[in-house]
Design a binder for this molecule. Structure first.
Ligand SMILES: [Zn+2]
Length: 295
C-alpha cells in the first residue's frame, strides 16, 4: 500500500467495492482525484497523490466502463495539478477555477484569475469551473467577492471558448441572474444539479446542461428525480463529485469515479431511457460540451 493509500485508509476509509460494469461507456463529468487520494498541500501540509495511485483509480473507473473523467480544480494549486494530469492521461480532461467559497474568502485575486486564464488556454483544459455562488457556506460578507469572481470566470470561459461548470448552493435565482447579465458561454453545466423540476425546466429552456450526482439516488431526493426526468438526454450529464456525495447504498463512505454506474442506473430508471442508449447519450453530451478525450 502506498503512502497516500495508507493515509486514505486511515482518514476516510476505502471507497466501497466497484459495482457491476455499465453495458456501454459513460463518464464522470466532475471528480476531485486529488482529494480522493491525497491531502491538498495548500496550507503547507498534505501532499499530492502519486501518479501510480491516480492511474490505479482511473483504471478502476475504466474497468466499469467509465473511461472519461473531468478532473476539477478548486484553487490555483489544484487547477495546475488538474491541467497537468489531463495533459499526461488520455482518460482525463481538466476544469480550472477558484471555488466560490475560496473566492468568497478573497482568494480570487488578480494573480489567481490570471493563472486560471492561462491554464484555461491549455489544450486539455476544457472548462472553467467549479465557479458560481454558494450562499450556504459563504456568509453575506463574502457575497460581493464571490459574485465578482463568478463574473470573471464566465468571461474567461467565453474568451477561451471552453465550457462553464457551475457550483450552485442555495443560489439558483442569483446564478440565473448573473448568467443572463454576463451572457452565458455556449456550454454551461450545472454541476451536482440541486434544483427541483421548475428550476430544471428554467435551465433546460436556456440551453444549460444538468449534471446529476449520487444525490439522485438518495431516498429524500424525489425532487431531483423529477428534475432529471424532464431533462433531455442531450442536456444531461452524470458525475460523482468524488470523494463527496456517494450514491446509495454506500452513502457516508468515500466516493470514487468507479461508482458512477450506480447513479447512471438510477438515471436510466428515472428517465425511462434504456441503459445502453443512456450511456451513449451521456457520452455524446459530454463530447459536445467538453470536446473529445482522445489525444
Ligand atoms: Zn466539486
Amino acid at each position: 500500500m502506498s503512502r497516500s493509500a495508507a493515509s486514505r485508509a486511515n482518514r476516510r476509509g476505502e471507497p466501497p467495492p466497484s459495482p457491476e460494469p455499465l453495458p456501454a461507456p459513460a463518464l464522470d463529468s466532475h471528480t476531485h482525484l486529488d482529494i480522493v487520494l491525497g491531502e491538498r498541500p495548500t496550507d503547507g501540509h498534505g501532499y499530492w497523490p502519486s501518479a501510480d495511485d491516480v492511474d490505479a483509480e482511473i483504471a478502476a473507473a475504466v474497468a466499469v466502463n467509465v473511461p472519461r473523467l473531468v478532473q476539477v480544480g478548486v484553487d490555483v494549486p489544484s487547477s495546475r495539478w488538474s491541467a497537468a494530469l489531463a495533459e499526461r492521461h488520455p482518460n482525463v480532461l481538466a476544469a480550472v477555477a477558484v471555488h466560490p467559497n475560496e473566492a468568497g474568502a478573497g482568494a480570487a485575486d488578480d494573480d489567481a484569475l490570471a493563472e486560471i486564464d492561462r491554464l484555461a488556454a491549455l489544450p486539455r483544459v476544457r472548462a472553467v469551473g467549479e465557479t458560481g455562488l454558494d450562499r450556504y457556506r459563504t456568509g453575506p460578507d463574502g457575497w460581493a467577492a464571490q459574485e465578482a469572481a463568478f463574473r470573471a470566470h464566465i468571461r474567461i470561459a467565453k474568451d477561451r471558448g471552453v465550457a462553464l461548470v457551475i457550483h450552485d448552493r442555495d443560489a439558483h435565482d442569483e446564478i440565473l441572474r448573473v448568467l443572463e447579465d454576463e451572457g452565458a458561454p455556449e456550454h454551461t453545466v450545472f454541476h451536482c444539479f440541486s434544483g427541483d423540476a421548475a428550476f430544471a425546466k428554467a435551465c433546460v429552456e436556456r440551453g444549460y446542461v444538468l449534471s446529476f450526482a449520487g444525490t439522485l439516488t438518495f431516498a429524500n431526493a424525489g425532487y431531483l428525480r423529477e428534475a432529471a426526468a424532464l431533462t433531455p438526454v442531450d442536456q444531461l450529464l452524470v458525475e460523482t463529485d468524488s470523494p463527496f456525495l456517494t450514491p446509495m447504498p454506500h452513502r457516508g463512505r468515500p466516493n470514487a469515479s468507479r461508482l458512477v454506474p450506480l447513479t447512471v442506473r438510477t438515471l436510466s430508471e428515472v428517465t425511462g431511457v434504456e441503459l445502453e442508449q443512456l450511456c451513449a447519450g451521456l457520452t455524446a453530451t459530454a463530447e459536445r460540451v467538453f470536446g473529445l478525450w482522445e489525444k
